[in-house]
Ligand binder design. Structure first.
Ligand code: GSH
Length: 235
């Protein structure tokens, strides 16, 4: 096929999965058409899907016949294969530095903040307020300094970047859990006052169509409540 033809892409996904959600954001931002196959994660993976991804996880993509797995790698690959506003190439002026900064931001968010969000969900009601303060403290210390020049997106970009592609699905959840009663509401008020740059950025990110087109907040919160109740009962 000619280089201008759109690639054939199948996305193996589940709309409840924040990792798979990264691929949806990347594909939408790049304007790449794709077929989607929803993988039921409540039952064992089929032999057909294990042939696609032996780890049995989502997301995976089939890109013109080649399978690529692991969400961060899938999003990076799509962005590299289709140079765009998401990220400069490494040989473009300023590209290597921009890529390093985006990688550092994503790494920081995932390793210093993200796990804490999910920890709060599983904590007892007595533990939650203290964990909520710790979560906001981590955003103050680690993330807020990295968003000082967001305008409105990472690094002063007027359009979404790979930083938002890799973190947007988690930002949706971070803001939704307190709204849905799964984490203390103080998280939202504290973020607004203590992390003004993060607060503005996060609220802008979740309003983007490419970030929220597969997101159904109410049903997500309900499903999460059911899953947590089942996990608590199984303890
Ligand atoms: N490191 C993987 C994580 C993907 C992942 O954990 N996906 C979950 C759903 S959110 C999954 O497929 N779970 C299926 C299972 O564990 O059986 C990535 O970034 O792609």
């Amino acid at each position: 096929m000619g280089s201008n033809d759109a690639p054939n892409i199948i996305l193996y996904t589940n709309h409840g999965c924040p990792w798979a959600h990264r691929a949806h954001i990347a594909l939408a931002e790049l304007g790449l058409p794709y077929k989607e196959e929803i993988i039921d994660l409540t039952v064992p993976r089929t032999p057909e899907y294990l042939a696609v991804n032996p780890r049995g996880l989502v997301p995976s993509i089939n890109y013109n016949g080649t399978i690529i797995t692991e969400s961060a790698i899938v999003a990076q690959f799509l962005s590299d294969a289709h140079p765009s506003h998401l990220e400069k190439t490494s040989t473009e002026e300023g590209g290597a530095l921009q890529r390093a900064k985006i990688n550092f931001f994503v790494d920081t968010f995932i390793t210093k903040v993200n796990g804490q969000t999910f920890g709060i969900l599983r904590a007892s009601e007595e533990e939650k307020p203290e964990l909520a303060v710790k979560l906001v403290d981590a955003i103050v210390k680690e993330v807020e300094p990295l968003l000082q020049d967001a305008k409105p997106f990472f690094g002063g970009s007027s359009k979404l970047t790979l930083a938002e592609v890799q973190t947007g699905s988690f930002i949706l959840r971070l803001l939704a859990y307190p709204k849905g009663g799964l984490a203390p509401k103080s998280i939202l008020t504290d973020l607004e006052t203590r992390t003004p740059a993060f607060w503005k950025w996060a609220n802008t990110v979740v309003k983007e169509n490419s970030v929220n087109y597969i997101w159904e907040e109410e049903s997500f919160i309900e499903k999460t409540k059911v899953r947590l109740a089942k996990q608590a009962a199984a303890k």
